[in-house]
Design a protein around this ligand. Sequence first.
Ligand code: SAH
Length: 213
Amino acid sequence: MKDTFTHRGMRNKLVKILRKKGITNPDVLQAISTIPRHLFMDSGFVDHAYVDKAFPIGAEQTISQPYTVARQTELLNVKKGDKILEIGTGSGYQTAVLLEMKAIVYSIERQNELFKKTKLFLPKLGYRPKKLIFGDGYIGLESEAPFDGIIVTAGAPYVPNPLLAQLKVGGKLVIPVGDAVQIMNVFTRTSATSFEKEKFGEFRFVPLLEDKN
Ligand code: SAH
């Protein structure tokens, strides 16, 4: 597990690319310039770790494209100490970005293989989520609700109601919604009973699977 001067140089280039693509939040860019993304990927893909692309992480899943991670995190408006729920732990890269931003992170993954691998891996890099859960993201995490933010890192065919219900007033749900292509939706809870909805362009994610799949 090595992070070299060369890797750091590549990360700085990636940050420049993300800035050009419109990412402005300095904490998000700082997190991306700090986290050794190559260590989150299968060894065969290490050379591709710092291009702005998604890559396979095993179990038919992908580590999201850096731009997507950056954009979703920016839209979530994470502040230090915020309680955040992530759906789709995967490689743990997005989890690490949230932890770099000093959030308190809960994350749910439905693939046992990935769940176990990432649970062992993150602490090796010094990343300590509050809780990693092996379970179904469609139901959220009622026992720890409400959250300042919920981020879904897989394409949802619809917006699961429990995720809206588990937001604090003022909290945000960032969720890509759609089948082949997803539209990034941001819901802000404006009161106990009302939400404001905004849309932020097209993205492509692996599907948020329901238990029957
Ligand atoms: N945040 C991850 C992205 C991984 S891809 C990263 O940075 O690497 C999306 C992940 O969502 C996959 O690991 C997939 O197994 C998981 N997933 C799919 N459906 C899910 C569900 N219903 N509940 C929880 N996780 C789910």
